[in-house]
Design a protein around this ligand. Structure first.
Ligand code: NDP
Length: 614
């Protein structure tokens, strides 16, 4: 049985639960049974930590050469650097007794001067003359210029930060506790703090209405798709005119299913082509970065060429229109099978590869939200692939099929103006997403959500079959719009697109390279994680400017369908609900990630999506 590494009274560095920050702490006792150290922070807070969350102070000695790393583990001595990448994995030979650590007191003083609880320091970029300025919680000093500020020193207001973490981990600081002796007696300390180990990787807060909400969603999402498609086929698609249910056997066609499989594997083959650059994603919680090939736009061009060849050989693309419901059923069956596969394989995934949002331990919840964060087969990233290719490109192909179906059914030599607008706007959206494929790597879907039924169904069924609803609607319900109206709708779409694109690019560029000279005029609030929060530019206008642009575009896609029915407006109504809910989820995550800095950001930028409204 291994003996304890750290002695009572020894001053060491303790990891703050749920973060990568280390603070100076003093070991007060050790629980032989639980193998937990009780440590005391400088402000009096006592927590129990695992040995792997404790480091000797000497491992935080700064290297002479300047480092751009913000990870405490990277600041370990060069001799043990390769073995101690993970903060939780101290290198061998680092065991120190209390007397040994006292020998390094002078060194420690220098090293530790910025690592007390009140003043954790994050070395982010290259040093500059600004490096002595501290973030003291005052608005003027919280904002940094994107290129002028190079070392950020972050002072978190300890009481707020502690409160946040303790609330998250259901713990209470000893100094605030009236019955401290009672609660922190040896045995009770163990009972009180034991959850740290377990809850730190488990999803505690269930989203989407918990298990019941998720169960309803699993039924409701496919039902909505089929309802919308059935409605669109009706002569009178009024909401109250409920469509008759089709015969079950008419919903399945093996040939259609075969075409779906062919489509999926064709896109997979394009994804595997060794063309396009390979980039790194954002660091995972382990610090590791995954690599992604950026060749979505090539896949789009190749698909366009393949469709061109099919049309040249007079393949009837409106086959898609005739069998749209069967395609949707096949895609749903495929998405379900994929989700089951993803869930089963996730059961064997290591703990650190599980999604922060999909690790509740409840089958239905984890199945829906996605248990594994980045499921891969070799270098083939299933989530990243599904996010932008089969569904998104499929959406454009379905739109094109609707355009051809309209011409054929209504015997037109050119498509209607409404159909042209809908097709062009949505083509621009998809082409833009694929052109800027790299930007998807900083989105919530990639960085936070696991890959489960929610994303599989969303990417492979919801996007292609619900987002093409306007084009589908126009085939059966033609609308004539005038040129001035078309021009006004186009202007609206351009405004939406401009906001959407520039906001996304601004954030993406800032996340990838905050020192980019193009961002020199932007200001940001530094945060304890090392990332800044933009407070000028689009992200100073509202807290989710990209959602605003997206919603404006959604409206522009529905307007060409006229005002006879609400059905083509389903997209914009649903999309507002989706983005309002998504925004709330994102706010919640950001509050957890950034604490006080996020609150300051919210004070500075009070509106979430719609300026002066919401
Ligand atoms: P965002 O791209 O808006 O990313 C949100 C993240 O941005 C936050 O978690 C935070 O992450 C970072 N962030 C927030 N505020 C700031 C700030 N002030 N400065 C710098 N970074 C900040 O979220 P989504 O992934 O939801 O959306 C991406 C795009 O996809 C949007 O344009 C959205 O409209 C679109 N979308 C489209 C859908 C569709 O069906 N058509 C569905 C969903 C989204 P961190 O700090 O960790 O970097």
């Amino acid at each position: 049985m291994p003996s304890r590494k750290f002695a009572d009274g020894e001053v060491v560095m303790g990891r703050w639960p749920g973060s990568v920050l280390y603070y100076e702490v003093q070991v007060t006792s050790y629980d032989d049974v639980a193998h937990l150290y009780t440590v005391k922070y400088k402000d009096g807070t006592e927590l129990a930590l695992k040995e792997s969350d404790i480091r000797s102070q000497s491992s935080f000695k700064p290297r002479k050469s300047q480092s751009s790393s913000s990870s405490p583990s990277r600041r370990s001595s060069s001799r043990s650097r390769s073995r101690s990448r993970s903060p939780g994995r101290p290198a061998k030979g680092r065991r120190r007794s209390a007397s040994q650590s006292r020998e390094h007191k002078d060194d420690k003083k220098k090293t530790m001067q910025e690592t007390s609880l009140a003043l954790p320091v994050l070395v982010l970029f290259k040093p500059s003359e600004n490096n002595t300025k501290r973030y003291n919680g005052e608005p003027e000093s919280t904002e940094k210029n994107a290129t002028s500020c190079i070392i950020l020193e972050q002072k978190l207001k300890p009481d707020l930060e502690i409160k946040r973490v303790l609330e998250q981990y259901s713990l209470r600081p000893r100094k605030d506790d009236k019955k401290k002796e009672e609660i922190y007696s040896e045995k009770k300390t163990f009972v009180a703090v034991k959850p740290i180990e377990k809850v730190s990787t488990k999803t505690k807060e269930l989203e989407f209405g918990g298990r019941i909400g998720i169960f309803m969603l699993i039924l409701l999402l496919p039902a909505t798709v089929f309802y919308l498609l059935l409605m669109c086929k009706q002569d009178d698609p009024s909401l109250l005119n409920f469509p008759p249910l089709p015969a079950l056997e008419s919903l399945w066609d093996w040939r259609v299913f075969g075409v779906c499989l062919l489509w999926f594997f064709l896109q997979a083959a394009f994804y595997l082509l060794p063309v396009g650059k390979v980039v790194e994603g954002l660091p995972l919680s382990s610090g590791r970065k995954l690599q992604y090939r950026i060749n979505g736009f090539y896949a789009f061009i190749l698909t366009a060429a393949a469709i061109g060849v099919l049309l040249y050989f007079e393949f009837e693309l409106h086959y898609l229109y005739d069998h749209l419901m069967q395609f949707a059923v096949s895609a749903a069956a495929f998405a379900l099978a994929l989700s089951i596969y993803l869930y089963v394989r996730s059961l064997k995934a290591p703990e650190e590869e599980l999604a922060p949002s999909g690790n509740s331990g409840y089958f239905i919840y984890d199945f829906f939200t996605g248990h594994e964060l980045n499921p891969r087969i070799g270098s083939f990233d299933l989530k990243y692939f599904c996010e932008l290719r089969p569904g998104l490109i499929g959406w454009v192909v379905i739109n094109l099929a609707m355009l051809l179906a309209e011409m054929k059914i209504h015997n037109l030599s050119v498509p209607s103006l409404s159909m042209i607008l809908v097709n062009s706007f949505q083509l621009l959206y998809v082409a833009d997403a694929l052109w800027n494929e790299e930007a998807v790597l900083t989105t919530m879907d990639i960085t936070h959500d696991g890959f489960g039924f929610m994303l599989a169904f969303g990417d492979l069924v919801w996007v292609p079959f619900v987002y093409s609803l306007q084009a589908f609607y126009l085939v059966g319900h033609p609308i004539t719009i005038t040129w001035p109206v078309a021009a006004a709708i186009t202007v609206l779409n351009c405004i939406g697109y401009y906001i959407f694109r520039s906001a996304n690019s601004q954030k993406n560029n800032f996340r990838r390279n905050p020192a980019d000279p193009k961002l020199a005029n932007l200001k940001f609030i530094p945060t304890a994680t090392g990332k800044g929060l933009l407070v000028t530019g689009w992200w100073g206008f509202v807290r989710h400017p990209n959602y605003l642009g997206d919603i404006i575009m959604a409206l522009a896609w529905s307007l060409p369908c006229g005002f006879n029915h609400i059905l083509p407006y389903f997209y914009v109504i649903y999309f507002i609900c989706l983005l309002v809910h998504r925004e709330a989820r994102d706010e919640h995550h950001c509050k957890q990630k950034y604490g006080l800095a996020w609150e300051r950001y919210c004070q500075r930028v009070p509106y979430r999506i719609f300026p002066y409204i919401y």
